[in-house]
Design a protein around this ligand. Structure first.
Ligand code: HEC
Ligand code: HEC
Length: 337
């Protein structure tokens, strides 16, 4: 047969060389990276007209290419009728007191896991507000500690809402955490709070030497204070100026909560504060002199301006010269007319 005779022909040297070159060419691309788009012999629908996010589309009356869900409709699987679970509020819109999810060891472990990933960078591993990016050099609004009365008094619905909706200058974490996980984190925050606020009589039930603990704590505080003093002595900081204060006003994120043009934000505008009569939330009034401004920075909870929440964190990590510079800057914002 003709076929057989071809198949049986032994490879001559020319065929061999051609085969070798062909296979070398074909295999040579393997394992090599290229930033060019791959060759697509069949293009199908790879290239077609489309809209970018936020682009205009004259086809619709409102001119927007991005479409909102049709009013009054709910996508399948998105009916969130259980407001307690999904929003942390009861049917009247009031925050619920307690976690609607049964708190188990598993839930707490899940909460710790999610908290450590999404919250600890700012609020700190123990919830003390001393997270790793809170050193003041990155320009983040200081995160509050969870171990203060105001936060301990928050209902669990409020804690949930802080995650789901954000709170004041903190954005929402709803995209990172689904509802179950939000409740797990709420349970974990409560556990953190319990761990840092054990009443003395409960402590006494355990075999711990309270006096020794207090002593250790005080020794640690002294050590830190001495360290701080040594640092100041090594690099004396006596540059006090309104210009420096203006820079600090931005780098220390004061502008996230205070305007300097009269606009009301999370905190009162600082325009015209210096020298004015301030009404406090306990009904008293005080003149905003330098001492008042100093106290506003280092102990904001001591006198809270009427109409505002006591949410400003103390700026005690700033040096004396930095605090004085901020005060000099605020003084330049006094209303002169
Ligand atoms: C990028 C930093 C950052 C991260 C990450 C962050 N927070 Fe916050 N959080 C803040 C700041 C800043 C505030 C204070 C906002 C204000 O007062 O304007 C705050 C406020 C809060 C409050 C209100 C506390 C109070 O006393 O008023 C709660 C509750 C809270 N955060 C929970 C969380 C949880 C839970 C997570 C993780 C899912 C989280 N935060 C992640 C920065 C952060
Ligand atoms: C998370 C928001 C927030 C940040 C950040 C913040 N503040 Fe405040 N601050 C407030 C709120 C709210 C008040 C009013 C309640 C109070 O008196 O504690 C306030 C009060 C004050 C007052 C007293 C104002 C008055 O009406 O008498 C001064 C001064 C002030 N802040 C300065 C600063 C400076 C300077 C910075 C930056 C180093 C800063 N704040 C950062 C929220 C903030």
């Amino acid at each position: 047969m003709k076929f057989e005779s071809i198949a049986m022909t032994p490879l001559n040297s020319t065929t061999l060389v051609v085969l070798l070159i062909a296979s070398a060419t074909l295999l040579s691309c393997r394992g090599q990276l290229s930033d060019k788009p791959p060759v697509q012999p069949q293009q199908n629908m790879f290239f077609q007209e489309r809209f970018n996010a936020q682009q205009e589309n004259p086809f619709f009356e409102d001119g927007m290419a991005m479409r909102a869900p049709v009013e009054g409709t709910v996508a399948r699987g998105n009916l969130q009728a259980d407001t307690e679970f999904y929003r942390g509020v009861d049917e009247n819109g009031n925050f619920i007191d307690e976690n609607p999810v049964t708190v188990t060891r598993e839930l707490l472990e899940r909460g710790r896991d999610r908290y450590d990933i999404y919250c600890s960078v700012c609020h700190g591993g123990t919830g003390d507000g001393q997270g790793i990016i809170m050193t003041g050099q990155y320009g983040y609004v200081p995160a509050p500690t969870f171990h203060q009365e105001r936060t301990r008094d928050m209902t669990e619905g409020e804690l949930y809402s802080a995650i789901a909706d954000g709170i004041r200058t903190m954005p929402s974490y709803s995209h990172q955490l689904k509802p179950e996980d939000r409740w797990a984190v709420v349970a974990y925050i409560r556990a953190l709070q319990e761990s840092q606020f054990v009443p003395e009589d409960v402590m006494r039930e355990y075999d711990v030497d309270l006096a020794l603990l207090v002593e250790e704590y005080e020794r640690e505080q002294e050590r830190l204070a001495a360290l701080e003093e040594a640092r100041e002595a090594a690099a004396p900081d006596d540059d006090i100026s309104a210009e420096r204060g203006e820079e600090l006003f931005t780098s220390q994120t004061c502008q996230a909560c205070h305007s300097i043009d009269g606009t009301d934000m999370v905190g009162p505008s600082l325009l015209g504060v210096y020298g004015s009569e301030r009404e406090l939330d306990d009904g008293s009034t005080v003149t905003a002199d330098e001492d008042y401004l100093y106290e506003s920075l280092t102990e904001p909870g001591a006198s809270v301006t009427a109409g505002y929440q006591n949410v400003m964190q103390p700026y005690t990590h700033l040096s004396e010269a930095e605090l004085q510079s901020l005060i000099e800057f605020i003084k330049t914002l006094a209303d002169n007319d």
